[in-house]
Design a protein around this ligand. Structure first.
Ligand code: ADP
Ligand code: MG
Length: 487
């Protein structure tokens, strides 16, 4: 950004509107399955197609999950959930309206803790909270597939439950938006609320962006960026839009309120429509749907099923286990992985060793075999046993690596693999003395070097003992014996 002292310095203000598809078996107001990738118009029925006389019936699971999202994000849950019709005429909506919530969203306020870049190995990064305005429930619309001469409509997505999460205009940069969406996705996935797969359109974000001279408190004119279909595109699109607006202002122009389309591939944006064409949606309460009362018991019940928030978990890992940042960041990224780690930590009594095996070796094996942590043949008890075998000096850490890889395919316990392959560390002094004698004979230069005070020369001798013993020689004993024989 080129800003000279002659022109005012600008700051960016960003508010996000995030649509998250709620993970439910069926659609929001009918029992037709909610799904992706099916043949066109197969996930439909009279309700989805809005045939005359069809009446909506609320999917309770969708309401449960949006309340859980609100509880996770610290929102106030409205005591009554009511439904409104948002009227518009467009072929993606067979009813000519969308069932949504207008003046009484189900979740009010709330906040999302984000981490700004800059965490180091042993401390958490700088954190801040992004305030939410509201979260409301609405149904998704159909999809238009535009051809060269006609457009075809597919109503498979129509009626899928969505929640719209709206932030206050408080984000300050593209990086903050990136951090916000990243943690929001983690919270939604870990809470079982959505899979948030952006490629399947399960999470979609519109970014509202304005700039203002630093020191100004009034908000500037906002531009809305649409079609940002990955978290990186959101970040890039916002950074691009901030630069564009500053360039307009510094060259004496004015920002017009408009909706722009950002193309993540080319990194360019173009105007879609200006606010003059804004719709009047003529919202009114849906007469086919009764309001729903949300009482304390219901909320208590839903709250009990919620996981710890990722950063709360990370803080606990710092305090309880003194793990370095790099490990905590990996472990909290996935609820299953975190639970796996906690079990291995408990069983082994060595959380740091367990964390290392899990964050490095387990994830490597899981990704190599293209499976998941839950499906892996290596169970937390196996990791705990392996940690203990190394700790008790039964196997060396390099042999342990070999055992770990073997476990991934055989599913045996580490003890069984050590037994079957004869991998126990040798503490048999006679055997060790023999290997050392041979190693010294094979490395006369190193032996002489050590005798002349070169401590490092020992490594060559110990290395050949290890090689001869196929890694089974106990390194501590080898060190002692070599020194004794060279003394
Ligand atoms: P609209 O009526 O156009 O939908 P809203 O007031 O509902 O606008 O806000 C939509 C989103 O835009 C919210 O996330 C809000 O924080 C954000 N927003 C509103 N005004 C601004 C602004 N001037 N600059 C940046 N973001 C804004
Ligand atoms: Mg709005």
């Amino acid at each position: 950004m080129s800003q000279t002292s002659a022109t005012p310095l600008y700051e960016a203000v960003i508010g996000l509107e995030v649509h998250v598809q709620i993970k439910t078996a069926s659609k929001m107001f009918t029992r037709v399955p909610a799904g992706f990738g099916h043949a066109e118009n197969t996930l439909t029925d009279p309700v989805v197609l809005a045939l005359p006389g069809a009446l909506p019936v609320l999917n309770k699971q969708a309401l449960d999950k949006i309340i859980q999202a609100g509880l996770l994000l610290g929102c106030k849950i409205a005591p009554v959930c009511k439904w409104d019709r948002k009227n518009y005429f467009y072929p993606d909506s067979p009813k000519n309206y969308q069932i949504s919530q207008f003046d009484q969203p189900i979740c009010i306020g709330g906040k999302v803790e984000i981490e700004l870049p800059g965490a180091s190995r042993n401390v958490m990064g700088e954190h801040t909270h992004i305030e939410l305005t509201r979260i409301h429930l609405e149904e998704d619309v159909g999809k238009l597939n535009h051809g060269s001469v006609d457009s075809l409509v597919d109503y498979n997505r129509a009626g899928t439950p969505l929640m719209e999460i709206v932030t206050e205009p408080v984000l300050k940069s593209a990086d903050e938006a990136f951090a916000f969406l990243t943690v929001l996705r983690t919270i939604m996935v870990q809470g079982g609320i959505s899979d948030c797969d952006m490629e399947k359109g399960q999470m979609r974000c519109d970014a509202n962006i304005s700039i203002r001279p630093i020191g100004e408190t009034k908000l500037g004119t906002k531009v809305e960026l649409k079609n940002l279909n990955s978290i990186s595109f959101v970040r890039d699109g916002i950074a691009h839009e901030i630069r564009r607006q500053i360039a307009v202002k510094t060259s004496g122009g004015t920002i017009v309120q408009e909706t722009r389309d950002y193309d993540g591939q080319t990194g360019a944006s173009q105007s879609l429509r200006s606010k003059e064409m804004a719709h009047d949606y003529r919202y009114f309460p849906d007469p086919d749907l009764m309001p729903v009362k949300v009482d304390e018991d219901w909320k208590t019940h839903l709250r009990a099923a919620l996981p710890e928030l990722p950063f709360d978990r990370q803080r606990r890992y710092f305090e309880q286990y003194q793990l370095p940042y790099t490990l905590t960041a990996v472990l909290i990224s996935d609820a299953e992985l975190a639970a796996y780690f906690e079990e291995a930590a408990k069983l082994s009594g060595k959380p740091q060793a367990a964390a290392n095996w899990i964050a490095n070796d387990l994830l490597r094996e899981v990704s190599a075999a293209n499976t998941t942590v839950a499906e892996s043949k290596i169970r937390p008890a196996h990791v705990a046993e392996l940690v203990k075998l190394v700790d008790d000096g039964v196997i060396s850490s390099s042999i342990a690596k070999e055992v770990f890889v073997e476990m991934a395919t055989s599913g045996e316990t580490p003890g069984a693999i050590v037994e079957r392959k004869g991998l126990k560390q040798s503490t048999d002094t006679g055997e060790l003395e023999g290997w050392v004698r041979d190693a010294i004979a094979a490395n006369p230069a190193a032996a002489a070097g050590f005798k002349n005070g070169n401590e490092k020369a020992l490594n060559a001798i110990k290395g050949s003992v290890m090689k001869a013993s196929k890694g089974k020689a106990n390194p501590k004993l080898v060190d002692e014996i070599v020194r004794k024989q060279l003394a």
